[in-house]
Design a protein around this ligand. Structure first.
Ligand SMILES: [Zn+2]
Length: 237
């Protein structure tokens, strides 16, 4: 088994080394070389690095978005989740540069609005300018997935909390669930006018916690009551 893996790894490393540009982000290379299966291409090495570090990707995406700021005239609105690029409901992170009205076009990231460089990197290490074939940073893809599905990262978030329930301080059970401290329906109801991208922190690590299921059930009941009143609900849910 391990001989087979070594053979595959040798080939992958040879391909990676051959394809590697003279300048390559050091952290991503270190990560690639330490993998059980080395990613065979530079682009895969970068993607693999960010996938292994969703919290870094979350922080970076929000920092890049802060450089862009919100476009003039933008407010957080909901749509049908289709052509206009507006989110269908308040669970979708607000992303002005995904909206057709404000998109900056090829070479700019639709999540943060900043230029995308070679290999989906966020810094122009190669002095080649924006990559006109790209509309996502590699980091922003991972951040977006993290914001949309934080439950997929329960293990990581549990470790951050040393396996203690964020609500009660007791031990987290296996069935513990990822929760937004400020629930997203309240973000929409009460914090909708927060400037972008500060708004994004409600989807990122600063607003995420893992709590035991019984505590979570209580919070969800509150949301259900809100939703059943229909107040403020728009298209989608
Ligand atoms: Zn980006």
């Amino acid at each position: 088994m391990s001989e087979w893996r070594d053979a595959i790894n040798r080939k992958a490393l040879a391909r990676l080394t051959k394809a590697l540009p003279p300048l390559f982000p050091r952290a991503a290379l270190t990560h690639a070389l330490a993998r059980r299966f080395a990613p065979p291409m530079p682009r895969l090495a970068i993607d693999s690095y960010w996938r292994a570090h969703p919290l870094r990707a979350d922080r970076l995406a929000r920092a890049l978005a802060a450089r862009s700021g919100a476009p003039d005239g933008w407010t957080w609105r909901l749509g049908d989740g289709k052509a206009d690029g507006l989110g269908a409901n308040f669970r979708t992170p607000p992303a002005p540069y995904r909206e057709s009205r404000f998109a900056r076009g090829p070479g700019f990231c639709c999540v943060c609005g900043q230029p995308v460089y070679r290999l989906g990197w966020h810094v122009d290490l190669w002095n080649r300018g924006a990559n006109r074939n790209a509309v996502w940073h590699s980091a922003c893809v991972v951040a977006w997935d993290f914001w949309r599905g934080p439950a997929d990262h329960a293990g990581l978030l549990k470790r951050l909390q040393r396996r203690r329930c964020a609500a009660t301080g007791g031990r987290l059970w296996k069935t513990a669930e990822v929760d937004h401290r400020v629930p997203l329906f309240r973000v929409w109801r009460e914090h909708r006018d927060t400037a972008w991208p500060s708004l994004l922190a409600f989807w990122g690590a600063p607003n995420l916690q893992v709590i035991n299921r019984d505590v979570h059930a209580g919070k969800c009941a509150e949301e259900a009551r809100f939703r059943s009143t229909g107040v403020d609900l728009m298209v989608g849910d």
